[in-house]
Write a protein of this length. Structure first.
Length: 219
């Protein structure tokens, strides 16, 4: 699925692009209203992540402009201003969802998937790899028909790997998934969570690719 990110903060924009790409999205990213208009005029997107505060105009005005022009693409608003009035203005102006900063990347990804499911008329999305099943809407992991309890960070790592079967995911990419923007990264956190997942799912479920990272077993 191809999505567009409209966000003027370069660090946040790059982080969102990297994280959502890891989650399986194709990402276009721009920093202002003018570039957003140009990109949407030349390419189709399954969803748009739109910051309210942009350097050359208001994201709310751009949202209204798109809706008046008949653009029906699902739009999720981002803003540092977490006031109720901003949420109401955005939703009344045609936004499909709203997320206030700071936020967890996994929540943004889940909200985007929910928007896309609603547009497709599907209630839930499930990743299935052999006996492993991950219900993305409910964030439930099951192995051979039995639910497995996992922590938020364990789920984030497992979902990142299972979303791209056959691909090697680096340690740095997994760290991006389990830490927020301002969290201090622990040196061996990924290894610890991988160890716990192997204990719960079987040691052959997650394979180490020496010098590169990890990949999910495709059984």
């Amino acid at each position: 699925m191809r999505i567009l990110i409209v966000e003027d903060d370069e660090v946040l924009r790059d982080g969102l692009s990297a994280g959502l790409s890891l989650d399986g999205f194709e990402v276009d990213a721009v920093s202002n209203c003018a570039d957003a208009r140009a990109v949407t005029a030349s390419a189709d997107h399954a969803a748009i992540v739109l910051d309210i505060g942009l350097p050359d105009g208001s994201g709310l005005d751009l949202l209204g402009e798109w809706r008046r022009a008949g653009v029906s693409t699902p739009i999720l608003l981002l803003t540092a201003r977490n006031m109720v009035s901003d949420r109401i203005d955005g939703l009344d102006g045609g936004a499909d969802d709203y997320l206030g900063k700071p936020f967890d990347l996994s929540e943004l990804s889940a909200r985007l998937r929910a928007l896309l499911r609603r547009c497709d008329g599907r209630a839930e999305s499930v990743i299935s790899l052999g006996g492993l099943h991950i219900n993305e809407a409910r964030r439930i992991v099951a192995l051979d028909g039995h639910e497995v309890s996992v922590s938020r960070r364990e789920y984030a790592i497992l979902h990142a790997l299972a979303s791209r079967p056959g691909h090697v995911i680096s340690r740095g990419q997994l760290e991006d998934r389990i830490y927020g923007w301002n969290d201090e990264v622990e040196s061996n956190a990924v290894e610890v969570h991988i160890h716990k997942l192997r204990a719960k799912l079987g040691k052959e479920m997650i394979l180490t690719v020496r010098g590169e990272g990890y990949r999910i077993a495709q059984s």
